[in-house]
Design a protein around this ligand. Structure first.
Ligand SMILES: [Ca+2]
Ligand SMILES: [Ca+2]
Length: 626
């Protein structure tokens, strides 16, 4: 038994996107932390007194921050390394962003206290930092650990808060999984009012970046105390040359939703709720504290990270296997990275292989400010849109079909002009076309000891591809059974412009003289046709036709009508029997076999003359023997 051949002309290039590791641990678990649980404890010792204040003066700001800030799990961004894309294949499930740059304030640090402007980060960046003067004085801008001397350096105005700064460095170390006894963090205890919108930290030389059209976001490990008073409000900007581009719509408030409270110190990893779609080969960092007051605003920061938070594009077909002409839906999913910062302004174009027909009117997207536009002639869908802060994913969809059978694959290479998305993996859809079964022959003799034929056999079977076959034999001798003249046959499979499929077969045999003139005819012939239309839901009901032509057929000298009814049996006493215009259904009503003459002799000899078969099968059917 042969297998079916499927038309495969639409198969696209099999270019797999290289496997890429995901750095960092499962940030998704961050969402599992009980945010509400810690809010009360964040208030710490003065919950009763301060709730009223929070409900009044701070209500608006707290509500905004709750919407905008994501608390990440400890260690979720712990890995440091070059930017790596997220892996495709989990549409709707955010992966961790990748760290482009991190500053943990540990390079060359020991027990001594270092002023921020005297600090140099680790190679190769060897980053230097500056800040507005307000954030370099008044117990701000000091790199401190619990190893620091018992008394603060002269003139830093930390007063009785010196030990609190050490506690926060230790709490940040514990939170990050580092050594609490040696971890350094940057003080921000504000013994004076810093004023509004002053820069708490800024990189001096730009940080090299490796790729274009990436979404960049920030995170910071922050500790805060005295959250009953004013809260630190941390706002990140990406420095693009001289331009400062905000990566937030509401600043980070480390007093809200702390990841953990350690000895009264709230700690957590907080991401900016916005991002910057960046084109350029280097960028700077600016951290602004938008809290003008020094009453409260007591904190420390560590592990400032520049994140590549580019969303992942995935593509998939549903259903992925269906009949030709039936609709499948291509879903393009843009999945945010796990910090869930807003990603505004991404776009891409997906180009589908020739043979897939897009339904332009069906294109739709639920992405914010989004549009999905189809170019039917080009076979493309162009999508642009936004992911809102906190949004995990959004999709664009378009219906499509194919009138040609085959498997169509789309890969990352099918995406042109990607802006702010990582390329998807491969997806494939298979359209199963009806399988042609067209066969015919002029004559076939079977006998207990020897057979003849099939003579002038034509066949076009076991394939969904169009084609035809034709044969002729000028004469045939059947031994004692008789002689035949010219045998002519053809068999074909065709696909109409409307997608309909037709299997057809014809057989003609002339000069019939059998059994010493007992059966004679000038010509007998048959035709068989199976036609299957294509509907909006796939191949329709198969229409079958069969016919027999009889020219001057005589049996024992008696003329047989040219329009003899199907399956008319004529007895041949002491010889056997003859069936004229034999019509036999096959394949459960999806095909028909028509035989002009079917002669059975008592000796066990069987002769069939001018047989045509036409059927439309599926790939699930057994390939017929020819
Ligand atoms: Ca540190
Ligand atoms: Ca303060």
């Amino acid at each position: 038994m042969r297998g079916f051949e499927l038309g495969g002309s639409g198969t696209g290039p099999a270019d797999a996107v290289p496997k890429r590791r995901i750095r960092g641990r499962d940030v998704g678990r961050a969402g599992g932390r009980d945010v509400g649980r810690d809010v009360g404890r964040a208030g710490g010792r003065d919950v009763g007194r301060d709730v009223g204040r929070a409900g009044g003066r701070w209500r608006g700001r707290v509500a905004t921050a709750l919407l905008g800030v994501t608390v990440l799990a400890a260690g979720s961004l712990a890995a440091i390394g070059p930017a790596e894309a997220n892996a495709p294949g989990s549409p709707g499930t955010p992966s961790a962003p990748t760290t482009v740059f991190v500053e943990g304030f540990e390079n060359g640090q020991g027990a001594a206290v270092t002023t921020l402007t005297d600090y140099t980060g680790a190679a190769p960046s060897a980053e230097k930092y500056t800040a507005d003067p307000e954030w370099l004085t008044a117990c701000n801008g000091l790199i401190v650990s619990t190893q620091a001397p018992a008394a603060p350096p002269a003139g830093v105005n930390c007063g009785s808060f010196w030990n609190a700064n050490k506690q926060m460095a230790a709490a940040l170390g514990s939170w990050a999984g580092d050594d609490a006894s040696t971890n350094h963090s940057l003080t921000a205890y504000t013994s004076n009012n810093p004023g509004v919108g002053r820069t708490q930290l800024q990189s001096v030389q730009p940080i090299p970046l490796s790729a274009e059209n990436r979404f960049l976001a920030f995170s910071v490990d922050a500790a805060a105390q005295n959250c009953f008073a004013n809260h630190p409000l941390l706002a990140f900007y990406l420095l693009d040359g001289n331009a400062a581009r905000p990566a937030f719509s509401s600043p980070i408030d480390p007093c809200d939703n702390p990841g953990q409270v350690i000895g009264g110190t709230s700690v957590g990893t907080y991401a900016s709720n916005g991002s910057v779609l960046f084109t350029g080969d280097s960028a700077g960092i600016r951290l602004v504290n938008e809290q003008a007051s020094g009453g409260g605003n007591d904190g420390a920061i560590d592990n400032i990270r520049l994140l590549d938070a580019t969303p992942q594009l995935d593509q998939g077909f549903a259903p992925a296997r269906l009949p030709v002409g039936a609709p499948s839906t291509l879903t393009l999913t843009v999945t945010n990275t796990a910090e869930l910062a807003a990603k505004n302004g991404w776009s891409f174009t997906a180009r589908l292989p020739a043979g897939l027909l897009l339904d332009g009117a069906s294109a739709a997207t639920g992405c914010g400010s989004g549009a999905a536009t189809v170019d039917v002639a080009q076979g493309t869908i162009t999508v642009h849109g936004d992911l809102a802060a906190g949004q995990q994913a959004c999709t664009a969809t378009v219906r499509l079909t194919s009138t040609a059978g085959g498997t169509y694959q789309v890969c990352g290479s099918a995406i042109t002009a990607p802006v702010g998305v990582d390329l998807p993996g491969c997806a494939a859809v298979t359209f199963d076309a009806p399988v042609f079964d067209a066969r015919s022959y002029g004559a076939r003799l079977t006998a207990p000891l020897v057979g003849v034929g099939p003579l002038a056999a034509s066949t076009h079977s076991c394939t969904s591809l169009q084609g035809e076959d034709g044969h002729a034999v000028v004469s045939a001798g059947l031994g004692a059974v008789g002689t035949l003249g010219v045998l002519t046959t053809d068999a074909s499979g065709t696909v109409g412009a409307d997608g309909s499929r037709t299997a057809a077969a014809h057989a003609r045999t002339t000069g019939i003289n059998l059994l010493g003139g007992l059966v004679t005819a000038d010509l007998v012939g048959t035709s068989a046709r199976a036609r299957q239309p294509l509907t909006d839901s796939g191949p329709g009901v198969t229409d079958l036709t069969g016919a027999t032509t009889l020219a001057n057929l005589r049996v024992a000298g008696v003329a047989v009508s040219a329009d003899t009814a199907p399956n008319t049996t004529i007895g041949l006493p002491l010889v056997g029997s003859l069936v004229v215009n034999q019509q036999t259904p096959l394949a459960g009503g999806r095909g028909i076999t028509v035989t002009a003459l079917s002669l059975s002799l008592l000796t066990g000899v069987h002769l069939t003359v001018a047989q045509s078969t036409a059927a439309l099968l599926t790939t699930a059917d057994t390939c017929p023997a020819s």
